[in-house]
Design a protein around this ligand. Structure first.
Ligand SMILES: NC(=O)c1ccc[n+]([C@@H]2O[C@H](COP(=O)([O-])OP(=O)(O)OC[C@H]3O[C@@H](n4cnc5c(N)ncnc54)[C@H](OP(=O)(O)O)[C@@H]3O)[C@@H](O)[C@H]2O)c1
Length: 246
């Protein structure tokens, strides 16, 4: 798929992986709808950066865990773009109170890390004749387990991978659906770690460093450009998933 002039919606694009992906897609010549929830200043900076590389980029504020706001966001995208070629379901959260039995954390993470992707997909599909969807999962979902202090996070990333495959079966060949499963990426989700903290956090990877958001953006663009992958989950974890039996 050639990305020039393609219309893209990316959720959670004011920071981290979403930000890097929005900018990388603008560099490819796409018009990007930059979704965010609360950080208008950061989102505006992403828009300004995207506008250096491509035309027609827009900000679309919406809480993607809220169906009404998602519906309104997609109406706005329809008005501005008329259609969508690509959707990247990236928005997600980590709940500091996550543990194996915290039902509130499970509900919070369920809405923000899983149901959000289903709702955005539901309201985006009427705008898509053909194209690509990429879901942002996690190595925590990939392995079939995460860690007890991220029990809800792991469970709903695993659900997102399962959903990715069923959606791929449902929508192929017109729309190809895949996912990425990153390891530890240096983003605000980790509290903007400085170089020393990044070094420490990166030790769980065989590459002995954290992954940069641009490296996940590269993988997302690879999946978007590739026309043969369907229902695949691409792991970019610096070898983290291989460490278990080490
Ligand atoms: N960082 C990692 O190590 C890592 C590893 C594996 C997978 N992931 C996944 O990668 C994705 C992005 O993570 P990240 O590390 O880049 O996160 P981040 O730096 O914390 O950024 C999160 C982004 O999502 C937006 N967001 C959060 N909740 C939202 C909602 N309900 N509606 C709309 N936007 C919302 C935020 O917008 P505002 O700031 O405007 O509120 C922000 O733009 C997530 O799905 C995460 O689970 C991350």
């Amino acid at each position: 798929m050639n990305l020039k002039d393609k219309k893209i919606l990316i959720t959670g694009a004011s920071k981290g992986i979403g930000r890097a992906t929005a900018i990388a897609l603008a560099k490819e010549g796409c018009s990007v709808a930059i979704n965010f929830k609360s950080d208008t200043k950061a989102a505006q900076e992403v828009l300004d950066e995207c506008n250096r590389y491509s035309k027609g980029n827009i900000l679309v504020r919406a809480d993607v865990s809220n169906d009404k706001e998602v519906s309104e966001m997609c109406q706005e995208v329809k008005q501005e773009f008329s259609h969508l070629d690509i959707l990247v379901n990236n928005a997600g959260i980590f709940d500091e109170n996550d543990n194996s039995i915290n039902v509130e954390a499970f509900e919070n993470v369920f809405r923000n890390n899983f149901l959000s992707a289903v709702m955005v997909t539901k309201h985006s599909l009427p705008l898509m004749q053909e194209g690509k969807i990429v879901n942002v999962s996690s190595i925590h979902g990939r392995l079939g387990y995460g860690r007890p202090s991220a029990a809800a996070y792991s469970a709903f990333k695993a659900a997102l991978e399962n959903y990715t495959k069923n959606l791929a079966k449902d929508l192929a060949p017109k729309i190809l659906v895949n996912a990425v499963a990153p390891g530890r990426v240096a983003t605000p989700m980790w509290g903007n770690p400085d170089i020393k903290e990044q070094e420490e956090l990166g030790q769980v990877h065989l590459i002995r460093r954290m992954i940069q958001p641009e490296e996940i953006a590269d993988a997302i663009i690879f999946l978007i450009k590739n026309d043969a992958m369907c229902g695949e989950v691409l792991t970019i974890d610096g070898g983290m998933g291989l460490v278990t039996l080490g």
